[in-house]
Write a new protein. Structure first.
Length: 129
C-alpha cells in the first residue's frame, strides 16, 4: 500500500493516463478527496471522454461523505482506493485507522479533536457505569 497525499481538487488530482472507457477505448481518470467544512470528506473520480477531440472531462462521480477523515492510497494492485472515518467508527477503529492512514489524512486536526472527544466521552461513561 502507498499513501497518496495532497490530492484535494481536480487541479491537484492523482491522474491515471491509461484507464478503460467502455469495451475498447482508453481514457484518463483522475481521483481526489473533496473536503467540505461541515459535511466531511468524500472520494471523487472523473474520466475524460475519448470520443470527443481534445481533453474533455466528463461529469465527476462523488461518493458518500465521511464526517471526520479521509485518506487516498494505492492498493497492492496499483488501484486507487480510499478510507475514511465516520461518526459510527468506534475508538479501536479510530486508533487503527490513524496508525494505518494517518500519514495521508486530509483533515488531521478534525480527527485529533474527534479522537479526544471520543476518548473523554468513554471515560465519562465508564465513570457513570
Amino acid at each position: 500500500m502507498r499513501i497518496l497525499k495532497g490530492h484535494v481538487s481536480p487541479e491537484t488530482a492523482y491522474v491515471v493516463d491509461d484507464y478503460p472507457y467502455g469495451f475498447r477505448l482508453r481514457c484518463k481518470i483522475r481521483y481526489w478527496l473533496d473536503v467540505h467544512p461541515t459535511r466531511g470528506v468524500r472520494f471523487v473520480s472523473q474520466t475524460t471522454n475519448p470520443k470527443i477531440p481534445g481533453e474533455h472531462w466528463n461529469k465527476q462521480k462523488a461518493g458518500t461523505y465521511c464526517l471526520f477523515s479521509g485518506c487516498m492510497y494505492l492498493d497492492e494492485n496499483g488501484h486507487v482506493k480510499w478510507s475514511g472515518l465516520t461518526e459510527y467508527s468506534d475508538l479501536a477503529d479510530v486508533e487503527r485507522w490513524i496508525a494505518e492512514y494517518g500519514e495521508g489524512n486530509v483533515t488531521p486536526r478534525v480527527t485529533e479533536a474527534w479522537l479526544k472527544a471520543k476518548t473523554d466521552l468513554g471515560k465519562l461513561i465508564g465513570g457513570l457505569i
